[in-house]
Ligand binder design. Structure first.
Ligand SMILES: Cc1ncc(COP(=O)(O)O)c(C=O)c1O
Length: 292
């Protein structure tokens, strides 16, 4: 089952309960203007949430990131009460059971119209069982900028989840060309950044570590949830810049994201990494059980 809800985004100041209804259309409907700047230039932002057994996961973290992406893009602040209602409506229309993907899209709208465009799309999530259990092989790919790019060149919009994902998709194709499943971006100056569509978490000396969000990457909702799961079990977690050599020599490492959850990294550039099956399944069971 797949459908989209067309949203008429209202200013952030409009009180809850005063938004117009969404319009439900078939997911393949040609409803967006060919002149929409989201279509023409990838000028907009999005969020991808998991909906499990009709419950959307990490809604607040996703909506906060939608708002922060919009701010970086200098789009009007989205009305988060309106988007929360859209998420609730879309999740309530999902099948009773199973994993579904909810994508929220917020664009600059049609050139000159001065009105953002919004929609939400829900469809089935591909089966990630194997990647979650057996892990993924990765290659290191140079992102082409230094780790501190965010403060030096804010116009590059690093840290915003923009619609311009052509680079991320090209990285995945390059990884597959090299015989791997996924890519890990590195900075020009030799630091680990993030996966093509995920965050990197490693464990070294019993401490779970991930690069800080201000180091040229997207702050992941799943990485935050994983750290909460681990901290609840008494594990130490920290944000720390990671050298490529620290990833290569990690005791275990994962690529984490909203739909695939924690996929163990079993190789980096053909150099094998140990898979910790026990922690991986514990983390993934906890991530799957979230109903928030
Ligand atoms: C570049 C990038 N980094 C990190 C993530 C992980 O974010 P989340 O855990 O919120 O899905 C994603 C998710 O799509 C991503 O595209």
């Amino acid at each position: 089952m797949a459908f989209a809800l067309l949203v008429d985004p209202v200013p952030a100041t409009r009180p809850a309960g005063t938004f117009g209804p969404t319009r439900r259309v078939d997911a393949s409907a040609k409803e967006v203007s060919l002149l929409d700047l989201g279509v023409l230039r990838g000028d907009g932002c999005f969020e991808t949430l998991a909906v499990v057994d009709r419950a959307a996961q990490e809604v607040d973290d996703h909506l906060d990131r939608l708002a922060s992406s919009a701010r970086l893009l200098e789009l009007p602040d989205p009305n988060l009460d309106q988007w929360r209602a859209v998420v609730r409506e879309a999740a309530s229309l999902a099948p009773d059971t199973g994993e579904h993907t909810l994508k929220l899209v917020y664009t600059r709208g049609v050139e000159g119209a001065d009105r953002p465009t919004g929609w939400a799309h829900l469809g089935p999530t591909p089966d990630h069982t194997r990647a979650r259990r057996d892990g993924v092989s990765t290659v290191l790919l140079d992102r082409g900028y230094p780790r501190d790019i965010e403060s030096d060149a804010p116009w590059l919009l690093v840290g915003a989840k923009t619609l311009s994902y052509a680079t991320n998709m090209a990285a995945l194709r390059e990884a597959r060309r090299r015989g791997a499943d996924d890519a890990v971006f590195t900075s020009r100056d030799g630091w680990v950044l993030e996966g093509a569509t995920s965050n990197v978490v490693i464990r070294r000396g019993g401490v779970y570590q991930t690069p800080p969000p201000e180091s040229g990457l997207l702050h992941g909702t799943t990485q935050r949830a994983m750290f909460r799961v681990l901290a609840d079990r008494g594990a130490r977690t920290e944000y720390r810049d990671l050298r490529v050599s620290e990833l290569m020599n990690a005791d275990a490492a994962w690529l984490v994201s909203s739909l695939r959850y924690a996929a163990p990294i079993r190789a980096v550039d053909e150099s094998p990494l140990a898979v910790d099956a026990e922690i991986t399944s514990l983390v993934n069971e906890s991530l799957a059980a979230r109903r928030l």
